[in-house]
Each structure stands twice: as structure tokens, then as C-alpha cells.
Design a protein around this ligand. Structure first.
Ligand code: PEP
Ligand code: MG
Length: 584
């Protein structure tokens, strides 16, 4: 039976494919596809993990004091029994062998499957055994954590076809659509190397970092789809309507045909836009507009160039630091990564933002769980300044990379004068350290992100210290409106057109323009074609966005006349309800 789940629009387009469920686990597990030749080793990892847990439980049994409650020994027996369960072992083997899931993913997938069967049981006692099963699997996962997979994730998802795939065209590989309760940005990054056709998550806001990475993959995605991961089953056919933020589960043939048609229309539109790739972004009245790219990894740089970007306006360097179990990249590793990104830019400028971890971008799961209020806690520049040695390692790596091309250095989330002063002092120290070592380094322009209302309100002070500013609307909206950008329950209040947000953005642009300093918007607003005319009208001439958005924004620029947009933008700025004016 066809049914639909509504979520938030994150990345546009239509995806039609089979669901691949990623079960959530309390243990932080990686999800990736292995190569066929790795299958025996993956199965062996699970076997070893399971055997270790069996031994552990036997030891516990042996050490149990004679007067221990009977329930405790009975519980250990239940756990041992669950460990031998056929359904668990054969199921895990199936996911590894037939789907090429890595061992941890196979375990959590099978756990989810069995847990659902437990949920449907009439008997209370049996239903409650689900918690035992979860504990047993978590024990296995913890044991396996020390035994990492020997090979890096492959670059494609070699899924095999099932007989059900005959429903559509069985002569082509069936697209896969990822469905999860939640995915960390680090997980998303790993999936970036796979060939998923779309994403759905139960939680997350439009500008959560998971959504941002999904968007950078340029595939349809819906987040905040509440119960999607509960309703969808492995292998279900689903449609992601990224334009409407809707997920259709088990679509009827008529719906499939309709969406297939829309998919082809979107592909044609993209082809049309692609012709604008080499067209300079100039408004009708002759203003040159700089369209830059946001990237997460060095390998994204060539993609940015191919998409027609004139440079990178935001390299989110924190993605180099995430999911490494606390082993941060050293100076050389970072230097090589920045240099690779720079080389990928083929002479175009690269703006590297220093590490911005925290909030919904934890270094790893343990890091996420250890803060009271992560969005207001030790994130971004605060985190860097709290560990100056780590910070200077990054600064030295960036300065060294700058010897190979045009690099700008950007600092996230500054709010206090003292933070500005400390940051600049760290840059001076990093230079001095390189000099003392006789290392080669290059010049960089220094910029600050405007992401906190306090920063927007003291823009003049910022301009005394920095060569350029970059407005991070994702956080600026979050902090101005007190709306957690990653929380789907308040997503309806997350409003880029709120008059207070517009006022802050407009004032920063105006002040920079008056002082002849360059200013860019690098939040998601910059890639939203519905905002392009307004931002142009407010005087913005530099936009940084996901490469996939560049041509659509360029098309808006080519149609714009800033002589008309400027007075209109002032009206929007004064309006109680700017959204109404924008729609009109
Ligand atoms: C922003 O806040 O708008 C921004 C670009 O930074 P990030 O999304 O990485 O927090
Ligand atoms: Mg930010």
C-alpha cells in the first residue's frame, strides 16, 4: 500500500530506488560497503567479536558469587542464548555477503530487523528480550571497535539485484536510497563516496550539517521525516521528492510513472543550465558577481571548478578532523590536504576556515554526548583557542599551503574582541614558529565569519582587524532566533527572512561596502535561488554555496537588474512580513 511521509526540503530533485536502512545504535558505528573479496574477513570480524563476548559472559558466570540473585545468572544465560541465535548469525552473514555491508552495519541492520519482530510479540516477557538483544549486539560492537576493518571504504555501492527488482527495469542497476533515523556528518561524508540516489532521515533541520553534506552530494534528500526509518523496511521501493520534502513508500505503478517523468524533466533542466557554465555572472546592469563554492574535502575542489566556481569561499576544514577516534591530523597531513585542495582549484583562490567542531558536528559520538548545550558551548574558534597547540598546528599547515597558491584564512564564530586578539596572536605565533624552523610559507588574507548577532552588531570593530568578512547565515539565523538549526521540531521557526536576520545581514553588507572590504555570504542562503535577488538588492556581490547550486544562482544573477532590486530590497527590509513581499 502506498503511503507518504512529510519532512523538510533539503536537496531538490527526485530519487526513486530501493531503501537501504541504516539502523541507529548507541555505539558509534561506521557504515560503508566492502569489496567482495573482503566478505570473509568481515564475517570473521563478527565471529571474533561474538566469541569474545561469549568468553566474557562465561567469565562473568564463573566469577559470580554464590549468593548472587538467580535473575542475574538467568540473564547471562539469556544473553548467551541470544548470541547463538540463528536469526542473528545468518542474518548478519546475509547483509555482508549479499549486500556487502561492513560488519558493524550488518550487525545493526539485523538487530533492527529482529527488534521489530520482538516489538510485534504478544508476550510481554518475550517483547522485553529486545533490550537484551540490543545489549548483546552492543557488546559485540564494542569488542569489534578495537578490530578495525583493514581496507578503506570503496568508492561505489555494488549492490546485487534481487528478484523484486523486476518491478522496474531489471537490466540496469537499481538505485539505492538511504534511510536512517539520524546520520552524523562524518557518516554522511563516508556515504559521499558511495552511489546513493537519495537520503531520508527522521531527524535534522534544513541547515543541520548532515543536511549540508547531503546537499553537497547533489542528490535529493529529505530530513526531519519523523518516523520514516520506522515505516520503511529494507528493500522497500521509495520515492524521494526533494522539491516537496515528501517520501513516498511503496508507490503504485501510476505514481512511479509520474515521478519517472518528473525526473526526466529535471535532468533536461540541468542540461540546459550546464550551458551557463562558462558564462560570466554579470547582472543586466553590468555588476560582476562572484560565485564561489563551499567544500568539505580536498577532493571536492575539482568538482567546484567544473561547476564554474571562481574559487572556494568556504572549505569546512573540520571534516578532516571528524570520525578519527580522537587522532587528529598532524601538521603534515593537514598541509598535504590543503595543498591538494589548492591544486584542485587550478590557480583559483581557496578560503580555508579553521576547524569548526561542536554542536551538530561532533568530532565523534563521545564528543557530542559530553556537552550540556553544544550549540552554545565550546565549538568553533572557542574550541581552537582552548587548545592553542592544536590550533597553531592547523595554522602552520594553512600558512605552508599558502606558498602554493592564493589562500584566505577564515575564522568561525568570533564574538569577542578578546577572541579576535587571541586569534590574531596565534597566527603571528604560527608564522614565527615556521620562520624559526626555516619552513616555507605564503601570505594569507584574514577573514572572520559573522555568525553571531553580537558579531554582526560590532561589524566595524571586526573590520579594523580583518581583510574580509563572510556571513554564515546558518548560524546567524540559529543564534538570532534561538532556534536549534538541527532540531526538526522547531524547523518551522527557522526563518532566513525574519526581519531581524535581514537587518543584521543588510547592515554587515552595507558596512563592508562602505569601507571597500569584501563580504561574502557562505551560509545556505547563498545557494537558495529564492534569496538571490534580495541579496543582490542588498548589495551583495559574492556568494559561496554548494557547487551544485552555482548555475541556478547564476541564472538568477543574469536576469537581475540591481537598479530595480536595490529600492525593492530596502522595502523588504522595512517590511513586517518580508516573505509576503518576496512572494509578491
Ligand atoms: C554558517 O553558519 O552559515 C556556516 C557557513 O557555517 P556552518 O554551516 O559550517 O556552521
Ligand atoms: Mg556556522
Amino acid at each position: 500500500m502506498t503511503f507518504a511521509v512529510h519532512g523538510l526540503v533539503v536537496a531538490r530533485g527526485i530519487a526513486i530506488g530501493r531503501a537501504v536502512l541504516v539502523a541507529s545504535s548507541r555505539v558509534d558505528v561506521a557504515h560503508y560497503f566492502v569489496q567482495p573479496e573482503q566478505v570473509p574477513a568481515e564475517i570473521e570480524r563478527v565471529r571474533q567479536g561474538r566469541n569474545a563476548v561469549v568468553e566474557e559472559l562465561h567469565r562473568l558466570q564463573a566469577d559470580m558469587p554464590a549468593d548472587a540473585p538467580h535473575e542475574l545468572t538467568a540473564l547471562l544465560d539469556v544473553h548467551l542464548m541470544l548470541l547463538q541465535d540463528e536469526l542473528l548469525t545468518t542474518g548478519v552473514k546475509h547483509w555482508i555477503t549479499d549486500r556487502l555491508y561492513n560488519a558493524e552495519w550488518a550487525l545493526t541492520t539485523q538487530l533492527e530487523l529482529i527488534a521489530r519482530q520482538f516489538d510485534e510479540m504478544e508476550d510481554d516477557y518475550l517483547r522485553e528480550r529486545k533490550a537484551d538483544l540490543e545489549q548483546v549486539v552492543e557488546r559485540i560492537l564494542r569488542h569489534m571497535k578495537g578490530v578495525a576493518s583493514p581496507v578503506a571504504p570503496p568508492v561505489s555501492s555494488p549492490r546485487r539485484k534481487t528478484s523484486q527488482d523486476l518491478l522496474l527495469d531489471d537490466t540496469v542497476d537499481v538505485p539505492l536510497v538511504l534511510v536512517a533515523h539520524d546520520l552524523s556528518p562524518a557518516d554522511m561524508l563516508q556515504f559521499k563516496q558511495s552511489v546513493f540516489a537519495g537520503f531520508v532521515t527522521d531527524v535534522g533541520g534544513k541547515t543541520s550539517h548532515t543536511a549540508i553534506v547531503a546537499r553537497s552530494m547533489d542528490i535529493p534528500a529529505v530530513v526531519g521525516a519523523r518516523s520514516a526509518s520506522q515505516l520503511v523496511r529494507q528493500d522497500d521501493w521509495i520515492i524521494i521528492d526533494g522539491d516537496a520534502g515528501v517520501v513516498i513508500i511503496d508507490p503504485s505503478p501510476i505514481i512511479l510513472a509520474e515521478y519517472g517523468f518528473r525526473q526526466r524533466q529535471i535532468a533536461l533542466e540541468r542540461e540546459r543550465l550546464f550551458r551557463l557554465r562558462h558564462t560570466p555572472a554579470v547582472t543586466l546592469d553590468g555588476h560582476k558577481v562572484e560565485l564561489l563554492a563551499n567544500i568539505e574535502q580536498p577532493g571536492d575542489a575539482p568538482v567546484a571548478v567544473r561547476a564554474g566556481a571562481l574559487g572556494v569561499g568556504l572549505f569546512r576544514s573540520e571534516f578532516l578532523f571528524m570520525g578519527r577516534n580522537g587522532h587528529l591530523p598532524d601538521e603534515d597531513e593537514q598541509y598535504l590536504a590543503y595543498r591538494e585542495a589548492l591544486e584542485g582549484m587550478q590557480g583559483l583562490p581557496l578560503t580555508i576556515r579553521t576547524i569548526d567542531v561542536g554542536a551538530d558536528k561532533p568530532l565523534d559520538k563521545a564528543h557530542k554526548d559530553s556537552f550540556l548545550n553544544p550549540a552554545l558551548g565550546l565549538r568553533a574558534i572557542r574550541w581552537s583557542l582552548a587548545d592553542p597547540a592544536m590550533f597553531r598546528t592547523q595554522l602552520r599547515a594553512v600558512l605552508r599551503a599558502a606558498a602554493h597558491g592564493k589562500v584566505n584564512l577564515l575564522f568561525p564564530m568570533l564574538a569577542h574582541l578578546s577572541e579576535i586578539q587571541q586569534t590574531l596572536a596565534q597566527v603571528d605565533m604560527a608564522r614565527a614558529e615556521l620562520q624559526a624552523r626555516g619552513a616555507v610559507y605564503g601570505p594569507v588574507e584574514l577573514g572572520a565569519m559573522i555568525e553571531i548577532p553580537a558579531a554582526a552588531l560590532m561589524v566595524r570593530s571586526f573590520l579594523r582587524y580583518f581583510d574580509f568578512l563572510s556571513i554564515g547565515t546558518n548560524d546567524l539565523i540559529q543564534y538570532t532566533l534561538a532556534i536549534d538549526r538541527a532540531d526538526e521540531s522547531v524547523a518551522h521557526l527557522y526563518d532566513p527572512l525574519h526581519p531581524a536576520v535581514l537587518r543584521l545581514v543588510a547592515d554587515v553588507i552595507a558596512e563592508c561596502t562602505a569601507q571597500g572590504k569584501s563580504v561574502c555570504v557562505c551560509g545556505e542562503t547563498a545557494g537558495d535561488v529564492g534569496m538571490t535577488r534580495l541579496l543582490l538588492g542588498l548589495g551583495l556581490r559574492s556568494f559561496s554555496m554548494h557547487p551544485a547550486q552555482i548555475l541556478a544562482v547564476k541564472q538568477e544573477v543574469l536576469r537581475a537588474d540591481t537598479r530595480k532590486l536595490a529600492p525593492w530590497a530596502q522595502q523588504v527590509l522595512e517590511a513586517d512580513d518580508p516573505a509576503a513581499l518576496l512572494a509578491g
